[in-house]
Design a protein around this ligand. Structure first.
Ligand SMILES: Cc1cc2nc3c(=O)[nH]c(=O)nc-3n(C[C@H](O)[C@H](O)[C@H](O)COP(=O)(O)OP(=O)(O)OC[C@H]3O[C@@H](n4cnc5c(N)ncnc54)[C@H](O)[C@@H]3O)c2cc1C
Length: 284
């Protein structure tokens, strides 16, 4: 009853270094070189979900990312957390990919690695945050799909050689919907599904020996018109930061005049000022 499980993970810029991210003036692409990365937080929940299922029924957990070469560090971290093997899809030709090109490349990478029963992703990345990759991935892979999954249970009927379906609880605005999902499936998990486990020293030691495959564009069966910047149907237009300038005004006069001017301005702005001159503190 073993399952072949994949987890898609994205290294994202470390929030402590967001100020160093720049946008290429012509290509409008994001330049992240030299900026330290962390694993997209919800992707650790996705790995935890995969590891828990593996612990119940057995199988393998493969982590995969499309990222620059330093994505290898993130993958090693996840191997240390418990994944069995890893695959880094990295090539200049993948650069500038929008979500469709990203999901296509990931799907072809997954197809190269084998037939997966379950593919886990996070619900959204901390940087791009489009949430489009999981659904697009499911379409490319022709798998069932649920997004915002907050709970998973296995339907492991007696006598079945393999788990055929899972029960999944999808979080919606005002509650949950329970589904039975036939495998293979792509499940995008939310952060409240579990608490990712800590990495042990033993895990770190073991990770050094676990297989980590690095695949370039030549290693994967790809339609090159569907990858990277050229294969991306969306092209970024103007990219700008919202103006954070604040209107400033100096009030002049003696204290009473300044206070009066200030009150007038606050009232004009629609702020209800109830000045309580009574004593405070509920005394006698
Ligand atoms: C026009 C355009 C140009 C862009 N140019 C660049 C660029 O030059 N350089 C650049 O770095 N980015 C670029 N991007 C961003 C790039 O498209 C996204 O990084 C990528 O497609 C993932 O989208 P997202 O971050 O919104 O992921 P979401 O859809 O929000 O992510 C959901 C989940 O999908 C999985 N996932 C997402 N991305 C990956 C990945 N790469 N590998 C494995 N799993 C993943 C994770 O499990 C994640 O939790 C561009 C985007 C657009 C629209």
């Amino acid at each position: 009853m073993t399952l072949k499980i994949a987890v898609c993970i994205k290294p994202v810029p470390d929030p402590d270094h967001y100020d160093k991210i720049t946008i290429h003036p012509v290509k409008k692409t994001i330049t992240r070189e030299g900026i330290p990365t962390i694993i997209n937080p919800v992707d650790k929940n996705a790995l935890e979900a995969a590891l828990q299922i593996k612990e119940q029924v057995g199988g393998t957990v493969t982590v995969i990312t499309m990222a620059p070469p330093n994505g290898e560090e993130s993958l090693r971290e996840l191997l240390a957390m418990g994944a069995d093997e890893a695959c880094l899809l990295t090539d200049r030709a993948f650069g500038g990919a929008d979500t469709l090109a990203t999901s296509y490349t990931l799907a072809q990478g997954l197809n190269k690695l084998g037939n997966f029963d379950l593919v886990f992703t996070g619900t959204e990345s901390a940087d791009g945050s489009t949430s489009q990759v999981p659904s697009q991935l499911a379409v490319w892979l022709e798998m069932a799909h649920l997004w915002n999954v907050a709970e998973i249970k296995l339907n492991d009927e007696q006598g079945q050689e393999k788990v055929q379906e899972v029960q999944a609880k999808m979080k919606i605005e005002n509650g949950y919907i329970e589904y039975v999902v036939k495998l293979p499936a792509v499940l995008a998990v939310s952060r409240d599904i579990n608490t990712p486990r800590f990495t042990s020293i033993m895990g770190v030691m073991k990770a050094k020996k676990k297989p980590l495959k690095v695949c370039t564009v030549d290693d994967v069966d790809l339609d090159r018109t569907l990858i990277g910047l050229n294969g991306s149907p969306t092209k970024a237009g103007a990219v700008f930061a919202p103006s954070m300038d604040r209107k400033g005004e100096r009030l002049t006069g003696d204290m009473d005049e300044v206070v009066e001017q200030l009150l007038q301005k606050l009232r004009a702005a629609g702020i209800n000022l109830e000045i309580n001159n009574g004593s405070q503190g509920g005394g006698e």
